[in-house]
Design a binder for this molecule. Sequence first.
Ligand code: MSP
Length: 530
Amino acid sequence: MADKRNSKDRFFYVTTPIYYVNDKPHIGHAYTTVIADSIARFKRLSGFKVFFSTGTDEHGLKIEKEANARGISPKDLADRVHIKFKELFGLLSISYDRFIRTTDEDHIKTVQHAFSALIRKGDIYLSEYEGWYCTPCETFLTKKSLIDGSCPQCGRPASKIKEESYFLKLSKYEKRLAAYIENHSGFIKPPFRKSEVLSFIKEGLNDLSISRTSFSWGISVPGNDKHVIYVWFDALLNYLSAIGFEEFQEKGKNNFNSFFKTANHIVGKDILKFHAVYWPVMLFALGLPLPKTIFAHGWWLMDSKKMSKSLGNVIDPVYLINSYGADALRFYLLREITLGLDGDFNMNNFVTRYNSELANDLGNLVSRITAMLQKYTGGFPPGQEVGADCGLIKNVLDITANLNGRYDNYDFARILDDTFKFINRVNKYINDTAPWKINISEQEGKRNLHKILRSAVVSVYCISYLIYPFMPGASAKINKMLNIEAFEFFKFPVAAKDILKSCGALLKDGRKINENRDILFPRITGDNKQ
Ligand code: MSP
């Protein structure tokens, strides 16, 4: 599977935000997690040592209020709701290495450790906060930023608060952060988000309030348990605890250092400021390196409005998976909008894309090629000696030559576009060469037919490889139909000889393709269309 020659020193750490447990997950949570899962799968396939973390953000006033409203304890609420996220991620085949909860023991230690270290350093100090707060967004707001007394982000009323609070010295790191962002072009992606963050910093950074005294659901400030630590200070540190920061502090060795500097934090644009401003300052103060990339994607909207529980326009991902399959949802989320931009979730588009690209283009291609193999060669893919159509195979080489860069830029749109263009090329190749018209009573015709079939089956194998990060279920089904181990001969970057060798796998021990053929994507008809 992975390229063992290189995996020794190539690390890749990818994270999703940790999600609030005030409510069950919706399509937006599925989206971020599917993006992270796809890149994690691609990197593993390319020989990287990958650590993929996701999880839940369980402290803070918002959770305490929701628990009170339900008449249960905040920990009970977190215990119930975090399971819903795990269930969704299981259904979606999310290949995470750790599901971190901010109530986990090692995370609590990490947060208290960091807080104490920064007090000792003088980067955290005690004072008083007087200002505004939005509980749904767990954000401190200035009076100037309010719109008619409400939060500029979610539009809900903000509350005025005045209480003793610890502060983090953001102002001390303002210039260093601006310079870092200016000088590291890949730090904030997509590139157009960089100027947005820089202009926020250049307006001037006020020290950030990082503790509260008016409620109790959170991690206590070490040595002053009147205060609970601000939920965002707590939550951002999950990126350290998830990869063993505590163990690293105690024993001095694990892969913490190697992983952290390769971190790719995938977030929605709504929380970019926390990740691109507050988080780097915390890391500067702690003397740690910054993550490699913060990628902010856009929002899924419903009729151009943000989805929210209060508007009642939230789409339930579990329902879509149960109706159409996990791969169908993963595909729609990644294919419909270019990563970074906003888009409308539209059921008609979902069905149209599914039927035309998955059922028709991809599903039919696999089914006609496996059927032809059964019919013409008794299910045995023709051997290497018959050769393959270089023009067709070259398309795969062109795609894979750019693959690494495209993944690093989160250009999933181009990757999927290229892949579906190739799928259609193979369909056209079969139509143009029309194997069913070839006169196989002649030696020449037979050789020609075998060459076409071999080119087609190698192409299907390559397609399975290309779609694997996005649709792992469909890819596994194709491999099962072809009766092959997953990608045993692919190395990155893929070379022509690897592709041809992969056919060696198809022929190993005179291996026959599977007689049982699954329908990859059954068409959605009027009967099963919602
Ligand atoms: N707990 C914080 C994150 C802490 S990370 C250290 C939080 N949680 S959240 O439950 O509100 O999740 C927000 C994230 O969910 C967004 O940044 C985005 O990744 C995803 N989405 C939630 N709704 C979304 C859409 N409508 N569209 C796309 N993604 C959105 O913020």
